[in-house]
Design a protein around this ligand. Structure first.
Ligand code: ANZ
Ligand code: ZN
Length: 807
């Protein structure tokens, strides 16, 4: 009776799909539990082991909850629009739709084969009009509330992908997708005003039961800074009254204002743009220097500018007035000041800011100490201390200095208290083909008009050719006359459609709502079903999505709440970030040839073995190293379970067996609640070995044991469950075993005597048997002093009380 994983696993995976074992009744469910994994980009031929691990981590929990009597919903879909899919289609020279038909089939087949318990009746696909209609609906709602808007912006541009990238899509100055160094380009784009939710997004983090690393990544990304805006008047008459009487700076340290000895503008600052165009300035001796410096720094990436050890910059020849002491200070341009933070201008306080100090020393600018405590001739002093050289601030510490300065600024109309966020608005426009068309119409008479809801969806036309990005800053739809030309919904005159498509991070920001009502054509989702099932109970996925996807889902969820669709702000009650799967300690990559393809292992050792091996590798959040040897070990464990079946007889369950089953139940429940699946699998292996030492196993034990292994090795468990005479799936009713004879879990203090004299106390299991008690006693150092393994005459054992060794 060899264990044939191919036969058993394919039998059960087909049966589960056919019998809809994992399809809950969403309307009638009594005990809803929504288990969600991040739906995949089908932008490869098949499943990646990293995704597969995250899916498995959700699935094992879902199956456990099902055995505990929950109505579990574990949906699956495809995040198939967007740059990932389009780039893959470009790479293999196929049209996206055609490519996806194949890859999606393959993903689906692999997931079904692997026995992941998805509800296959409610698949969602973001490229279907039934779905993206609602992306457009969301866009229109945001537009109506002033939260979708257009602006000219300096954007990150990937010259290789030929598209605009969001800040989050740039890693170390490079396009996250293709690794090309991103550039800056000025373009008109659509944005979502996520910044108006900045405070709410930050505050919400506090009560969220999410992985700490994810929460802290979000916190940093939002980047709240408290400080002040300070207004500096331009002192040179020539350059005043050109829209720039004052230039604002953002500072977190208004208390250092007396130490502000120079002023710095970012090269992209509008004031610089203005003076470079000014006739008067063009004759200024500094014009050439400034002009070439500005164009030079445009070529640098933001990261280069921030991290560069050599702080460069040039003097403009212009001055501003420090409002607190009316001193004239020089205005410089330097690219260590970024345009997209604060106001793009700073007051430089070299005595107390490291960057300013370096810059001042290099350029011979004055350094004025305004806080006691350091030696500002040697380095910037950034600690707290007593203010000096600061008039009415003298003697105050930093906190009070800030308070008093803000009071002064506000009273004298020279500035005000401000909070600044690092978070930027979400650029939603993509100059690409493979995405949701932005539902906007431009009319010469009426201006910008959103497509009326009744006319949604705006269909993405099927393009036979010229769907590739052209690199001219416009999307391929700009060449499709039948798409562009339309009528204005307001006045009926000829009008033109927007030709950009949306960032697919919108698609994935709300898909878990749609799973609940994927057939509903009237509403984005059914509110009653939503009420019952949301928020999602558990969400697992990679932490690389901490500031992209997971931030956007929170934003859109908050927006839904403001639309009164739901009454919560946090979409996921729990989120856990999973670690990476490495191969033999190294990152997997095609070039190294060490990529683990789940399907290969499914075929070789079976999916039950593969999944339980992945879980056995370590706690959910850790990075783990996959090895073929280890995977084979798990396979042998499964065979061992399969062989145990021979031992089943009609005996009564023995007490030591009840005890170990109880311990297993407890261990497993704990490991499910703290996502340490590895300890669960280890315990199950131990239990298996224990049962293997027995000549007979009772039916009762067997039934309990099968339920315990079922979340980890579902096909094997079903097969043995059926063999034991059950005719309904193990997952169909509440089969999770209960702890019996609670006393068996308790421990007590066993007194250990030598010749009737107490020599030790040992905490042992209640109802411990004589043999085990003796073994334990003989291991104790205190007892070893008196006896070794053999030199005793007899043993007196009083159950649950004492053991007396006579020597
Ligand atoms: C004067 C000052 C004195 C500053 C001092 C710091 C220390 P966080 O905390 O990150 O918000 N800053 C403002 N805008 C900037 C920009 N666009 N590019 C580069 N630097 C900029 O940092 C706020 C501080 O960073 C601000 O406070 C400003 O320098 C600088 F002893 O103003 B501070
Ligand atoms: Zn019109």
């Amino acid at each position: 009776m060899d264990y044939n994983h191919i036969e058993i696993e394919s039998k059960w995976s087909q049966k589960w799909v056919k019998e809809k074992t994992f399809t809950p009744n969403l309307e009638r469910a009594q005990n809803p539990y929504y288990a969600l994994f991040m739906f995949p980009y089908p932008s490869a031929e098949g499943l990646h082991i990293g995704n597969f691990y995250a899916f498995t981590s959700i699935d094992v929990l879902a199956k456990y909850k099902k055995l505990k009597g929950f109505d579990v919903f574990e949906p699956m879909g495809f995040d198939a629009f967007g740059i990932h899919s389009e780039n893959y289609a470009l790479k293999i020279g196929e049209k996206p739709r055609q490519m996806l038909n194949r890859t999606e089939d393959n993903f689906r087949r692999q997931l079904k084969d692997s026995g992941i318990g998805c509800d296959w009746t409610r698949e969602v696909n973001t490229t279907y009009p039934e779905y993206y209609k609602w992306n457009q609906w969301i866009f229109v709602q945001l537009f109506k509330k002033g939260l979708a808007f257009q602006k000219e912006a300096l954007l990150n541009w990937c010259p290789d992908c030929k598209t605009v990238l969001a800040d989050e899509q740039i890693e170390n100055g490079e396009c996250e997708r293709c690794g090309t160094i991103s550039e800056k380009k000025e373009m008109k784009q659509w944005f979502f005003k996520i910044t108006s939710y900045a405070e709410k997004l930050l505050e919400g983090l506090q009560e969220m039961d999410w992985s700490e690393i994810t929460k802290s990544a979000q916190k940093n990304w939002i980047g709240k800074s408290e400080g002040a805006i300070v207004k500096f008047e331009i002192s040179d008459k020539k350059f005043k009254n050109k829209g720039f009487d004052f230039i604002d700076v953002f500072t977190t340290r208004p208390d250092t204002l007396f130490g502000a000895t120079y002023f710095v503008l970012s090269p992209e600052h509008r004031f610089i743009e203005m003076i470079l165009k000014d006739k008067d300035y063009q004759s200024n001796e500094n014009y050439e220097k400034i002009n070439s410096y500005v164009s030079e720094s445009k070529r640098k990436s933001e990261l280069e500018r921030v991290e560069s050890k050599q702080k460069t910059g040039v003097f403009t020849g212009i001055h501003v007035i420090n409002p607190i002491n009316n001193k004239k200070i020089p205005v410089w341009v330097a690219d260590y000041v970024l345009m997209n933070y604060g106001t793009g201008a700073i007051m430089a306080v070299p005595a107390h800011d490291e960057r300013d100090w370096e810059f001042a020393v290099k350029n011979n600018l004055p350094i004025v100490e305004v806080l006691k405590g350091g030696n500002v001739k040697k380095e910037a002093f950034i600690g707290d201390g007593e203010h000096i050289n600061s008039n009415f601030l003298d003697g105050l510490d930093v906190k009070n200095g800030i308070k008093e300065t803000i009071k002064w600024l506000e009273k004298n109309d020279k500035g005000k208290e401000t909070i600044n966020y690092r978070l930027r608005d979400w650029c939603i426009s993509r100059q690409r083909y493979w995405g949701t068309p932005i539902p906007i119409i431009y009319c010469d008479k009426c201006g910008i008009v959103p497509v009326p809801e009744k006319d949604l969806p705006v269909l993405l036309p099927e393009l036979e050719k010229d769907w590739e990005p052209a690199g001219d800053g416009k999307g391929p739809l700009a060449k499709v006359d039948s798409f562009i030309n339309t009528k204005c919904p307001k006045c009926g005159e000829k009008a033109k459609r927007e030709t950009d498509v949306m960032d697919n991070f919108l698609d994935s920001s709300w898909y878990f709502f749609r799973y609940l009502s994927c057939d509903n054509n009237n509403d984005i989702f059914d509110l009653n079903i939503g009420k019952k099932w949301l928020p999602v109970d558990i969400y697992i996925g990679g932490n690389e999505h901490a500031v992209l996807h997971l931030m956007y889902t929170r934003f859109i969820t908050m927006f839904f709440k403001d639309l009164n669709l739901i009454d919560f702000n946090n979409p996921f009650k729990k989120f856990r970030a999973n670690g990476m799967i490495l191969k033999d300690g190294k990152k997997m990559s095609k070039s190294k040839g060490n990529v683990v393809n789940p399907e290969d292992y499914g075929n070789k050792i079976g999916y039950d073995a593969l999944k339980s091996y992945l879980l056995f590798l370590g706690p959910l959040s850790d990075d783990k190293s996959f090895s073929d040897r280890g995977a084979l070990g798990t396979r042998r464990w499964i065979e061992k379970i399969f062989r145990l079946e021979k031992k089943i007889t009609d005996i009564k369950e023995e007490e030591d067996v009840t005890r170990i089953i109880n311990e297993t139940i407890k261990k497993l429940e704990n490991s499910f609640s703290d996502y340490k699946y590895n300890t669960a699998v280890a315990q199950l292996m131990e239990t298996t070995n224990f049962l293997n030492t027995k000549n007979e196993i009772s039916r009762k034990t067997w039934i309990k044991f099968l339920a315990l292994v079922a979340p980890f090795t579902p096909a094997l468990a079903e097969e043995l469950w059926e063999k034991s005479g059950k005719n309904e799936s193990i997952f169909k009713s509440e089969n999770w075993p209960k702890i019996e004879n609670l006393k068996l879990l308790e421990k007590f203090n066993l007194i250990v005597q030598i010749n009737g004299k107490v020599r030790d106390n040992l905490m042992v299991n209640y109802n411990i048997l004589e043999q085990e008690a003796l073994e334990k006693a003989l291991c104790s150092p205190k007892i070893k002093k008196w006896v070794d393994d053999k030199n005793f005459k007899k043993v007196i054992f009083v159950k649950n009380k004492l053991i007396n060794i006579v020597i």
